[in-house]
Design a protein around this ligand. Structure first.
Ligand SMILES: NC(=O)c1ccc[n+]([C@@H]2O[C@H](COP(=O)([O-])OP(=O)(O)OC[C@H]3O[C@@H](n4cnc5c(N)ncnc54)[C@H](OP(=O)(O)O)[C@@H]3O)[C@@H](O)[C@H]2O)c1
Length: 290
């Protein structure tokens, strides 16, 4: 069974499927996307992370949410056990060269409210399980963007709220506005990206779930592979992939930690879902924490 943890009042899996690679640039097509989501669900994954903005720059919007809807509709397992999280506040664009895909940010309250309603429609639900503010918009006071998420909760568009790419100060602002409806902080965190450790630790103090995005270092960016050497050594000793060791290490950082590894295909998410079973010794954890 995949490791379960509580995300606020939701009982879900600590390892979720990060949907992004299935619908942004270099995805392997809809059929492979649905196969990947079904494989994850069949293996016991009960947490899918998508976003309004998980589509290819210049292409049809919200294809990530639409893919999740299709996959859920054609899955014959217990749908009510699955937590589906989405996010608003980002959109896709191109750089000035007209060809390089980029991520634009829009934290204007009117846009967020409209996007939240569009997310519910694309997911085919009356109420979104968990709706994140995707990223602070430097041109909009943070509290105004968070108030828009609160409006979506009040209107019943979303049940619970999260914030993403947030600092300690922004976590405090969001807590004041959202109260106990704020159930998750989703920040980048991996062996090659630990500058958000202050927020991971702060969330532990608050008893607030912390969701690591790009928990394996991300597939789009070049990373310092030497940082993964200790994880490879531990993986070899256990006869498992170093990715499982990375995820198990992250989950060891507190019972409030969740991971949402991305995948283009069933094989990788099926391997990642086993990370909760991996028992790392105190000696191994000391080596990985060094
Ligand atoms: N909140 C935000 O601002 C934000 C930003 C970025 C991402 N995210 C979320 O975080 C999720 C994960 O991030 P990510 O997809 O960028 O990166 P990631 O999870 O760090 O890495 C994904 C890559 O790792 C590979 N992989 C996964 N599990 C593996 C395994 N067990 N063995 C070998 N390879 C494995 C995948 O391979 P294959 O490609 O071969 O399947 C994929 O290339 C996204 O899907 C998205 O939901 C959120």
């Amino acid at each position: 069974m995949v490791l379960h943890r509580n995300l606020g009042p939701l009982d879900t899996t600590a390892i979720g499927l990060g949907e992004m690679p299935l619908t942004i640039e270099n995805n392997l097509g809809e059929a492979k996307g649905i196969e990947t989501i079904h494989a994850a669900l069949d293996a016991g994954c009960r947490h899918i992370d998508t976003a309004w903005s998980y589509y290819c720059s210049g292409g049809e919007e919200q294809t990530g949410e639409k893919l999740v809807r299709k996959a859920m509709a054609s899955w014959d397992g217990p749908k009510d056990e699955v937590t589906i999280a989405t996010k608003v506040g980002h959109f896709r664009n191109f750089a000035e060269d007209g060809t390089t895909p980029t991520w634009g940010v829009n934290g204007q309250p009117e846009h967020l409210v409209e996007a939240g309603k569009q997310s519910a429609l694309a997911l085919g639900v009356d109420t979104i399980d968990l709706l994140y503010l995707h990223r602070p918009d430097p041109n909009v006071p943070y509290n105004e963007s968070v108030e828009a998420i609160k409006q979506l909760l009040d209107e019943g568009v979303a049940k619970l709220a999260g914030i993403s790419n947030a600092s300690v100060e922004q976590i405090d602002i969001a807590r004041k506005i959202l109260g106990d409806k704020l159930v998750a902080v989703q920040n980048q965190f991996s062996p090659t990206y630990q500058s958000t450790r202050d927020t991971l630790d702060y969330c532990e103090k608050l008893g607030l779930p912390f969701v690591c995005w790009s928990p394996l270092g991300g597939y789009r960016k070049a990373k310092d592979e030497t940082k993964y050497d200790p994880f490879r050594e531990v993986g070899q000793a256990h006869g498992v992939s170093h990715q499982q060791v990375v995820l198990a290490w992250e989950l060891s950082l507190g019972r409030h930690v969740f991971v949402i590894p991305g995948a283009h295909r069933p094989e990788t998410i099926l391997d990642s879902l086993k990370a909760g079973d991996l028992k790392l010794s105190a000696e191994e954890l000391a080596k990985l924490n060094a």
